[in-house]
Design a protein around this ligand. Structure first.
Ligand code: NAD
Length: 318
C-alpha cells in the first residue's frame, strides 16, 4: 500500500507513519509543521519507503503516482494550539479536508478522517455513543476546532455518498504517549513536564473533572483496523476507563518520583466536565479495544519526556 498521511509529523501521525513502515507500506508524510517539528520523523528519513513533504495542505494536495490510502490527520489538536490558531484550524478542517478528499477521489484511494470526541462538545450523555449528536456551542472559544471537525465529518460523508469515495470517520478521544509536546496545554504533558522540572503540578478547578486516556499505540491500531474495514463510521476510539485530573496528577507525580506539590488553578471556559467513549461499535466492528494499561503508557511517556528534557529537546515553543 502507498499511504499519504497528512499531519504525519505530528504526535499521532508520527506513530502512524512508523507503524505503516513497519508493516512494509510506502508512506508519504505531508506536513507544514504548524504544531509539530521534523524531529518527530527524523528517525524515519533514512528509510527509502518514507517520503517527507513539507507542505500546507490548504494550498491543495496533488501527488504523482498511485495512492491507496489517504489518512487525514492534519489539524491543530490541543486546545492551546487551536485557541492560538483559530483561522488555521478552521481552514485545515475545511479546505484541507476538501483537498485530502479530492486526492482520495482522484486516486480511487481509501480515506480516513481523524475526527474527535470534541464533536460531542460538552456532552449531556455519558458515555457518548456515535449516535449522540453532541452539545456544541458554535460561538464558544473551542468552536473553531469542534465545528471544523463536524464540517469535516459532513464533507467526508458527502464524498462517500455522492462521489463513492471509500471514506471513513473515527472519533478519537484523549490520546497520550511519547512525542507529545510539553507545552501543548493538555493535562498529561503539562503534569509530566512540571513533575520532572520540580514545578507545582497545576490541576484546574477542583480536579474532579474526568478524562479517558488511551495510549497512542492502541489508537494507531484502531486507525488501521478502521482503514481496512468495510465500515464508514463514525466509530469512537478511546479508553472507556475514566480518570479524574487530581488522580492523574497524583499518579504522574508518583511514577516520575517527583516532589512537586499539586496546585489548584482556575478552569478554562468551555472545559468539558466529563468525556468517555462508548466503544461498543469499535469492539463489534473492528474487534478493537485498548490493550495498553494507562500506567505502562504513562511510564513510557515519562521516560520519553525525561530523555528529551536531558537532551534539551523539550524547550518550550514560543
Ligand atoms: P498534532 O498537532 O501533534 O499533529 C497535527 C499535525 O498536523 C501537525 O504535525 C501539524 O503540523 C499538521 N498540520 C496542521 N495544519 C496543517 C496544514 N495546513 N498542512 C499540513 N500539515 C498541517 O496533533 P495530534 O495530537 O497528533 O492529532 C492528530 C489528529 O488526531 C488531529 O486531526 C486531531 O484532531 C486528531 N485527534 C487527536 C486527539 C489527541 O488526543 N491527540 C484526540 C482527538 C482527535
Amino acid at each position: 500500500m502507498r499511504a499519504v498521511v497528512t499531519g504525519g509529523a505530528g504526535f499521532i501521525g508520527s506513530h502512524l507513519c512508523e507503524r505503516l513502515l513497519h508493516e512494509n507500506h510506502d508512506v508519504v508524510c505531508v506536513d507544514n509543521f504548524l504544531t509539530s517539528s521534523p524531529d518527530n520523523v527524523q528517525h524515519l528519513e533514512g528509510d527509502r519507503h518514507f517520503q517527507l513533504n513539507h507542505w500546507d495542505i490548504t494550498q491543495g494536495l496533488d501527488m504523482p503516482g498511485p495512492v491507496d490510502a489517504v489518512l487525514h490527520l492534519a489539524s491543530p489538536a490541543s486546545p492551546a494550539d487551536y485557541l492560538k490558531l483559530p483561522l488555521e484550524t478552521l481552514r485545515v478542517g475545511s479546505a484541507g479536508t476538501w483537498h485530502a478528499l479530492d486526492l482520495a477521489a482522484a486516486k480511487g484511494a481509501r480515506f480516513l478522517l481523524t475526527s474527535t470526541s470534541e464533536s460531542y462538545g460538552d456532552p449531556l450523555l455519558h458515555p457518548q455513543p456515535e449516535s449522540y449528536w453532541g452539545n456544541v456551542n458554535p460561538v464558544g472559544p473551542r468552536s473553531v476546532y469542534d465545528e471544523a471537525k463536524r464540517f469535516g465529518e459532513a464533507l467526508t460523508t458527502a464524498y462517500r455518498r455522492s462521489r463513492g469515495v471509500d471514506a471513513k470517520i473515527v472519533r478519537i478521544f484523549n490520546t497520550f504517549g511519547p512525542r507529545m509536546r510539553a507545552d501543548d496545554g493538555r493535562a498529561i504533558p503539562t503534569f509530566i513536564s512540571q513533575a520532572l522540572r520540580g514545578e507545582p503540578i497545576t490541576v484546574t478547578g477542583d480536579g474532579s473533572q474526568t478524562r479517558s486516556l488511551c495510549y497512542v499505540d492502541d489508537v494507531v491500531d484502531g486507525l488501521l483496523r478502521m482503514l481496512t474495514s468495510d465500515h464508514g463510521g463514525p466509530v469512537n476510539l478511546g479508553n472507556p476507563h475514566e480518570v479524574s485530573m487530581l488522580e492523574l496528577a497524583q499518579w504522574i507525580s508518583k511514577l516520575a518520583r517527583s516532589r512537586s506539590e499539586i496546585a489548584l488553578v482556575p478552569r478554562p471556559q468551555d472545559d468539558p466536565e466529563r468525556r468517555r467513549p462508548d466503544i461498543t461499535l469499535a469492539r463489534e466492528l473492528l474487534d478493537w479495544e485498548p490493550t495498553v494499561p494507562v500506567e505502562r503508557g504513562l511510564c513510557d511517556t515519562i521516560a520519553d519526556f525525561r530523555r528529551r528534557l536531558g537532551s534539551g529537546l523539550l524547550a518550550e515553543r514560543s
